[in-house]
Design a protein around this ligand. Sequence first.
Ligand SMILES: Cc1cc2nc3c(=O)[nH]c(=O)nc-3n(C[C@H](O)[C@H](O)[C@H](O)COP(=O)(O)OP(=O)(O)OC[C@H]3O[C@@H](n4cnc5c(N)ncnc54)[C@H](O)[C@@H]3O)c2cc1C
Length: 306
Amino acid sequence: MEFITACREFLAEGDCKEKEPMGVHTTFQAGGPAAYYVTPPDGDTLCRVVELCKEHGLDYFVLGRGSNLLVSDSGYDGVIIDLTKYFKNMKVKGQEIIAQAGVALPVLSRMAMMHSLGGLEFAAGIPGSVGGGCVMNAGAYGGEIRHVLKHVTVLTPEGEKKTLSADALELGYRTSNILKNGYIVLSCTFHLEPREQDLILADMKYYNSQRTLKQPLDKGSAGSTFKRPEGYFAGKLIQDAGLKGYRIGQAAVSEKHAGFVVNLGGASATDIWQVCQDVRHKVKEQFGVVLEMEVKTLGTFPTGAV
Ligand SMILES: Cc1cc2nc3c(=O)[nH]c(=O)nc-3n(C[C@H](O)[C@H](O)[C@H](O)COP(=O)(O)OP(=O)(O)OC[C@H]3O[C@@H](n4cnc5c(N)ncnc54)[C@H](O)[C@@H]3O)c2cc1C
């Protein structure tokens, strides 16, 4: 039986699609279609989808809110498993919030504020999900997921549900071992500190006003395109290399913040990718610093050593 037919035996038609354009699911607003696109409603169904992928020899990729992802123009010849449609429950228990992987980080941050719990103010304007935020150890303004994460429930590649302490995830600067281990994050437990609601709200507002001021939020992007190289700021190096506004087609280095590669409208993923590679080449040439991509890629892109 074909993969899609098998999926439709236990999933609604709207929850398993074919040839789904990925531009609508990523903040870069670019990229070709995924062969299959599945939104499982719960953990058991997710397990069945993963099993089915294995039975059919299909690769799968877990999608959060697509805010740190560039999908190639030729798309992805596998199964996208999107957890942001259904995995959206949150529970507050004393100083802890248990949030499912699909909860948006700004929603989580707001929930913490409503319960006068401090520690997630930094996440108020990060457009990712709890799952993606955990994978990336998302952070801003001195805060990071690892500062507040207590434990995580994952689905292992063997189909087992496991709860791991945050320490087991090797959370570092925009990294964790989650992808390496093939885990799918199902939910996270955050431990927060009591804090006056007004102070929490003031910080959230301040951070968001800083974003509006400094970041090109009116354009498609994946936030900071490159990781911060030790001892430098990626945006400053790119600006000093004279690359602000550097453009290929509709992809460009933002005029507002050189650390962001942006889609000016209708950019191809290939052009976005090429702008990123040219920036890396030129920064290495001028300053001897190798910029590492923070953005994840999916599908086929040309290789080119920097
Ligand atoms: C305007 C803008 C501002 C940003 N600002 C910041 C910032 O201040 N700080 C910061 O750290 N980031 C920032 N980002 C980047 C991005 O929001 C974060 O990296 C975020 O954590 C990504 O979450 P996501 O759900 O969108 O993940 P996605 O982009 O969907 O996926 C990222 C990776 O995580 C994996 N993944 C996602 N969910 C799961 C899951 N449940 N289980 C296993 N793997 C999973 C994916 O397979 C992929 O490899 C910004 C992005 C934008 C567009």
